[in-house]
Design a binder for this molecule. Structure first.
Ligand code: PEP
Length: 247
């Protein structure tokens, strides 16, 4: 059975109540698409997002979630809280969190576990830096990152979405070539296949400077099941065009 494509917009720390209302209204009007579509606004805007997307096919999620259930973790947001706001997804292990907040492979895996425990689908990001790619370490790095999640989630691994996001392609305008993307996606699927019999049904998204004009070529690759979109998800027309390219 063909995997349905998924396109997720990661707004990062952008937006305002007024700008979001405009963007979400335009998105609602632009759909529906053949692909599943979701947006991940900053957490503080989730309540507005829930209201704005009522009756649309666009789902929503969070950009992160705590590995802890509750307690003295100032500034963190628990998976159960995100679930209360109807989130379907939680991005975990985005390279900005790994690099700027020192998140380890194990912490990312623990966050994925916390998300799953509250019926959120974790979107687990993996990806190498430019230095790692140039040193020929891409495969080793992404396998190590995914391996922590596989070991922590065990048989539940089939419930996650994986996003391959080469760090050097995020927000830089440099996209992995179709060959580069497919090679890593195939590697990740092989690794998942060793862990679960249903790896063939799992979604592996590509992220890193996906735009309206390169989305179709990336989404046509055999192991690319959609995209995690940063900058281009902030403009309704661009994001809608990417969603259209996914089906
Ligand atoms: C991202 O941050 O997940 C991302 C892919 O960003 P961009 O599309 O802007 O490269």
């Amino acid at each position: 059975m063909a995997r349905t494509k998924l396109v997720v917009g990661n707004w990062k720390m952008n937006g305002s109540r007024a700008a979001n209302a405009e963007l979400l209204a335009a998105l609602k009007a632009a759909g529906p698409w053949g692909a599943e579509v979701a947006v991940c606004p900053p957490t503080v805007y989730l309540a507005d997002t829930v209201l704005a997307l009522q009756g649309s096919n666009v789902a929503w999620g969070a950009q992160d979630c705590s590995a802890h259930a509750s307690g003295a973790y100032t500034g963190e947001v628990a998976a159960a809280m995100l679930s209360e706001f109807g989130c379907r997804y939680a991005i975990v292990g985005h390279s900005e969190r790994r690099a700027l907040h020192g998140e380890s492979d194990q912490l990312v895996a623990d966050k994925a576990k916390a998300a799953l425990a509250h019926n959120l689908t974790p979107i687990v990001c993996v990806g190498e830096t430019l230095a790692e790619r140039e040193a020929g370490r891409t495969d080793e790095v992404v396998k190590r990152q995914l391996s922590a999640v596989i070991h922590t989630l065990a048989h539940c691994i089939s419930q996650v979405v994986v996003a391959y996001e080469p760090v050097w392609a995020i927000g830089t305008g440099k996209t992995a070539s179709p060959d580069q993307a497919q090679a890593v996606h195939a590697l990740l699927r092989t690794q998942l296949t060793a862990a679960t019999q249903t790896a063939g049904d799992m979604k592996i998204l590509y992220g890193g400077s996906v735009k309206a004009d390169n989305a179709a070529a990336l989404f046509a690759l055999p192991d690319v099941d959609g995209g995690l979109i940063g900058g281009a998800s902030l403009k309704a027309a661009d994001f809608a065009a990417i969603c259209r390219a996914a089906g």
